[in-house]
Write a new protein. Structure first.
Length: 122
């Protein structure tokens, strides 16, 4: 592979401590890359699992240099949770609810305030 290219592969191993993953390609006799950095959208760590399907951007120097762009859905296997942004809000959504990080922090501040009042009465 001498040109830059985007390839589809599968996670062989993932190191959360370093944010790196090695990828294997079934169409290339299960060739496995060295550990590559994993793209961090919104500055957030992407957690990958073994055998997750991923897009990989390889640079012109072959399969040992590149960036794992992230996972994609296979056969309608869409993730149940999502993170997005809307202006300056970070929006968190799962099957139970949708909220923003700001709302979560405001609720925690309110709880902390009530606990301080209760502690003062004890």
């Amino acid at each position: 592979m001498s040109d830059s290219s985007i390839r589809l592969g599968f996670v062989s191993s993932y190191n959360a401590a370093t944010g790196m993953a090695s990828i294997y390609y079934p169409d290339r006799n299960h060739q496995v890359t060295s550990e590559l950095p994993v793209y961090s959208p919104f500055g957030l760590l992407q957690k990958l699992n073994k055998d997750d399907p991923v897009y990989v951007l390889h640079l012109g120097s072959g399969t040992e240099t590149g960036v794992v762009l992230g996972g994609y859905s296979v056969d309608g296997d869409v993730p149940a949770a999502e993170i997005s942004t809307d202006g300056s809000n970070l929006i968190l959504k799962d099957s139970a609810n949708t909220t923003t990080l700001g709302n979560i922090l405001a609720r925690l501040a309110a709880i902390e305030s009530r606990l301080t009042v209760v502690e003062g009465k004890v």
